[in-house]
Design a protein around this ligand. Structure first.
Ligand code: ADP
Length: 662
């Protein structure tokens, strides 16, 4: 990846990081604000609860006070009226019965004389028990004393009566002509007071307790259960003495709507977090994919820039849609000059526009040759060059063909080199043929000798006949005909040599391989006889192949001579060279087998290398030329060990020629 694109990707990933962080921060802030709001609401609620509690407590306290003071007033009225009445007892009973009826919270009202003995009581009974006693006299008596001394109503200290129920007493002195004659005492059980005076709705909400400074409970009332929330205390006066009214609020079950809202907020926040997380993961994946794509793009760009093959894409109408840098280098035109162009293209050779256009049409019609085609193109500076073009359909991501992609190879140099190599090869072949001829010169001389000797002897015979008297013209004719035949034979030999040595362009024409083999035998017969090698030729009746006869002859001569060379060392009886020609699987197969020395392993690899020879006077070009000739005819040439050889060694050279050309 280039430095610029790296910086870009670093920048963009930083930006994406920020983009991803922003909503997260936003959501966190939102949740914080919602939580703060809920907290403020809760606080308000608590404060409201407290205000309500205080209000309720004040109301209750006032209620209690009013009630007790009301009783106090009635008792005071009775205390004022009692001394002057003769029907004191009746009045007491009447009033007190009335008082008790209207105030069920009152347990008992007593009338005591000045020595605190009970004069009368309603309901009847003695002085109430007092479990808690202060230092000195019992709390009630202490209150009687105080009331009588002060001459005004007094409340006793609270005390625990039977069953640990808290009580207090209201003591009202009774004076007759400024002399204390006794006291009226109202006994209040605190529980009863609370039961009567604390309304039901109050107890549904609160726990009401009456306690002293030491937290000893004297009475309580409540109908609620649960966790105490907050409490408020207020002095309980009368009776006073540090008694307190403590009201405790209970946590009312949270409002279901509130709970629902809270739950919804939590679920929504979780949902938003989750979706944000999913988006974040998605974005991360996207960034990764983008980076991979960018890397891939950079890689492709680098690959494209370093390609030496020119690439050019055209749409289905033939318009150039893309050219790579190599194509621009090859033609000398810039990509801007080429992209969007329609034929004729600026790199077409002006005097071959028609041919190029027809090729162009063939490509667009899908008829371009599969294995490419060659064409001459022109660079911007006018220089011509030879291009090898392969055209392939351009398929898009949906599998539709959108045009054609052509790859261009500048083969000018290669062609030049090939031409040079071809010329050199030809030269070499010719030289090799000369060499072969040189090697065969003596045998040829010997062969020519035969017809010449025959001609000479026929000639001598004729002369002898002419010298004699009894010659007949038929005899002379017969001899002259023989001379003619021998002269033709000699002529054929000379022509064959001439043909063989003559340098000519390869000419392929239908020829029968078995005839070529026959000709070669004619060439080698004498030499073979001299070397005591038998040559066995086997051939089926085969169709002709399309080949250069002389070249085939050269191959066969080479292989047969090599075979004879290889058998120099073996028993003359075993020196057998077999040439077999057969048709196998659509090709002509020619096998030249010998019983010679065979091919050593280290020689095998170099066999077809030019100028490799194991012979002291060998040139080492024979087999390399044979192979190029066979390959020129689209055939193959190779060597195998001859496993059927009676000497245990030997080689079979096989070459093939395709029959389809015939
Ligand atoms: P040259 O005959 O001039 O050596 P060739 O290219 O015809 O050149 O042969 C190369 C080498 O291959 C020979 O020197 C020989 O060692 C080996 N060779 C060729 N034909 C045979 C054969 N029939 N048997 C054994 N060796 C062979």
């Amino acid at each position: 990846m280039s430095a610029a694109s790296k910086t870009f990707s670093a920048l963009s990933s930083r930006r994406v990081g920020w983009l991803l962080a922003l909503p997260t921060v936003g959501i966190i802030l939102l949740v914080a604000v919602v939580v703060a709001l809920l907290w403020v609401l809760h606080k308000n609620e608590v404060e409201e609860d407290r205000a309500t509690l205080i209000k309720d407590v004040l109301w209750l306290e006032q209620n209690l006070r009013f009630h007790v003071t009301g009783t106090e007033e009635q008792l005071q009225q009775l205390a004022l009226e009692l001394p002057g009445r003769t029907d004191r007892h009746q009045l007491f009973r009447l009033r007190v019965a009335n008082l008790l009826r209207n105030n069920p919270d009152l347990k008992q009202v007593l009338w005591l004389d000045s020595s605190w003995a009970v004069v009368d009581a309603l309901p009847a009974g003695g002085k109430p028990d007092q479990e808690i006693e202060s230092f000195g006299p019992p709390v009630a008596e202490k209150a009687y004393e105080i009331a009588s001394r002060l001459g005004k109503r007094t409340y006793s200290e609270p005390y625990l009566g039977p069953g640990n129920h808290g009580h207090f007493q209201l003591v009202m002195p009774v004076f007759s002509e400024h002399r204390l004659t006794g006291v009226l005492v109202a006994v209040y059980p605190i529980d009863a007071l609370l039961t009567e005076l604390v309304p039901w709705w109050f107890t549904e909400k609160y726990l009401v307790q009456v306690i002293d400074e030491n937290d000893i409970q004297y009475g309580a009332k409540s109908n609620v259960q649960g966790t105490p929330n907050q409490s408020y205390e207020i002095p309980f006066e009368p009776p006073g003495y540090g008694l307190k009214l403590r009201v405790t609020g209970y946590q009312s079950g949270t409002n279901p709507l509130q709970r629902l809202l809270g739950g919804a907020i939590v679920i929504l926040a979780a949902g938003i977090f989750w979706s944000l997380w999913a988006v974040r993961e998605l974005m991360k994946k996207r960034v990764k994919a983008e980076q991979a794509l960018r890397a891939e793009h950079a890689f492709r760009q680098a690959m494209e820039d370093s390609l030496t093959v020119g690439m050019r894409a055209r749409d289905t109408t033939g318009r150039i849609v893309y050219v790579n840098p190599a194509f621009c280098r090859m033609t000398g035109f810039s990509s801007e000059e080429l992209v969007g162009r329609m034929p004729p293209m600026p790199y077409w050779v002006p005097d071959q526009i028609e041919e190029t256009l027809s090729l162009h049409r063939a490509v667009l019609a899908g008829d371009a040759p599969q294995d490419g085609f060659e064409i001459t193109l022109m660079r911007k500076d006018g220089e011509r060059f030879q291009a090898l073009i392969y055209e392939a359909p351009l398929i898009d991501g949906d599998g539709r063909q959108t045009g054609w992609m052509g790859s261009f190879l500048d083969v000018t140099e290669r062609k030049r080199a090939e031409e040079l190599a071809r010329q050199q090869q030809e030269q070499l072949q010719f030289t090799a043929r000369l060499v072969t001829m040189g090697e065969m010169a003596s045998t040829l001389a010997h062969e020519l000798n035969q017809p010449l000797a025959a001609i000479a002897s026929y000639n001598t015979g004729c002369l002898n006949l002419l010298d004699g008297a009894s010659w007949k013209p038929e005899d002379i004719r017969y001899a002259l005909e023989k001379v003619g035949v021998q002269a033709q034979r000699a002529g054929r030999i000379v022509r064959r040599v001439h043909d063989f040595v003559r340098k000519s362009e390869p000419k392929r024409a239908p020829c029968l391989v078995q005839d070529v083999v026959e000709d070669c035998l004619g060439f080698l017969e004498t030499d073979a006889r001299k070397r005591q090698v038998r040559i066995d030729c086997r051939s089926d009746d085969l169709p002709p192949v399309l080949a250069d006869r002389l070249m085939l002859e050269q191959v066969l001569l080479n292989l047969m001579r090599n075979g004879m060379d290889a058998m120099v060392e073996i028993e003359p009886d075993l020196r057998l060279l077999t040439v077999a020609v057969a048709a196998e699987g659509g090709e002509i197969v020619v096998r030249v087998a010998d019983h010679g020395c065979g091919i050593a392993d280290d020689v095998k690899d170099k066999l077809f290398t030019a100028f490799f020879s194991t012979k002291p006077d060998g040139m080492g070009v024979g087999l390399s030329i044979c192979r190029s000739i066979v390959e020129f005819h689209r055939g193959r040439l190779w060597a195998d060990p001859n496993l059927d050889s009676p000497t245990g060694s030997g080689t079979i050279f096989t070459f093939t020629l395709p029959l389809e050309h015939a």
